[in-house]
Design a protein around this ligand. Structure first.
Ligand code: PEP
Length: 252
């Protein structure tokens, strides 16, 4: 049975004190009322070790938003997968469209990052999704297929079990425009079908595929009701506990 997951991506928001306050409040709320899904928060690197000590890891998983494409050494300013793991984090987001676009992360670079994350025992939330121009040209299926082939389809089935896919149409991220539940379900079903072609039906059935892009408490129930949508990767709405909790409660 695949997992239902609501994961927050804090991006470059919250200083350490603010992040500690947010994680503390979320931990209080979710330990008082156990969620019906896995909850993960992905924070800036500098928050990880402190937040790891604050949260109950049986209720909230912790992840980074990136890791280096090198194992260790003279790479000033980089943070390795091993370092992320040593903070107590269990996940890392890789392939987010902001990193692909602003930091020129290519499929080949992401493949290195994926391999290092898995070697170090991290689960990967791997983001894929098309731009508005690609959607208008009806290229969305080809885009997500190429992104999977470029960075995760080299994995053995046992390794692929540690990959969570996040489908995030770039035109819906932070824009207030959400894909309709039907649009999202159509491409989630396609993504599951190409995972089945590559790894077989059982692996495909066990892969969690999250939707991301202006997901909020008001649209989460309709999105999560679709059979191939297993939860959400949440940006803006993960920065306030009531907003994030509202999305988590969509699984009730
Ligand atoms: C994201 O960037 O992963 C995201 C889904 O952002 P938002 O929810 O703000 O659209």
């Amino acid at each position: 049975m695949r997992k239902k997951i609501v994961a927050g991506n804090w991006k470059m928001n919250k200083n350490l004190q603010e992040g500690v306050a947010l994680a503390t409040e979320l931990n209080e709320v979710l330990t008082a009322e156990t969620p019906n899904c896995d909850v993960v928060i992905c924070t800036p690197f500098i928050h990880l070790a402190t937040v790891s000590d604050i949260i109950d890891h049986s209720v909230i998983g912790l992840g980074a938003e990136n890791c280096a494409d090198k194992a260790s050494g003279a790479y000033t300013g980089e943070v390795s997968a091993e370092m992320v793991k040593s903070t107590g984090a269990e996940y890392v987001i890789l392939g987010h469209s902001e990193r692909r676009e602003y930091y020129n992360e290519t499929p080949a670079i992401l493949k290195e990052k994926v391999d290092l994350a898995l070697i170090n025992g991290l689960k990967v939330i791997f983001c894929i999704g098309e731009s508005l121009a690609q959607r208008e040209a009806n290229e969305q299926n080809a885009v997500v297929k190429a992104e999977l082939e470029g960075s995760v389809f080299h994995l053995a089935p046992a390794e692929f079990a540690n990959i969570v896919i996040a489908y995030e149409p770039i035109w819906a991220i932070g824009t207030g425009k959400t894909a309709t539940a039907e649009q999202a379900e159509e491409i989630h079903a396609y993504i599951r079908s190409i995972i089945a072609e590559k790894y077989g039906d059982e692996v495909a059935e066990n892969t969690s595929i999250l939707y991301g892009g202006s997901c909020k408490a008001s649209n989460a129930p309709e999105l999560f009701a679709k059979k191939d949508i297993d939860g959400g990767l949440i940006g803006g709405a993960s920065l306030k506990v009531p907003d994030f909790k509202g999305i988590i409660d969509a699984w009730k």
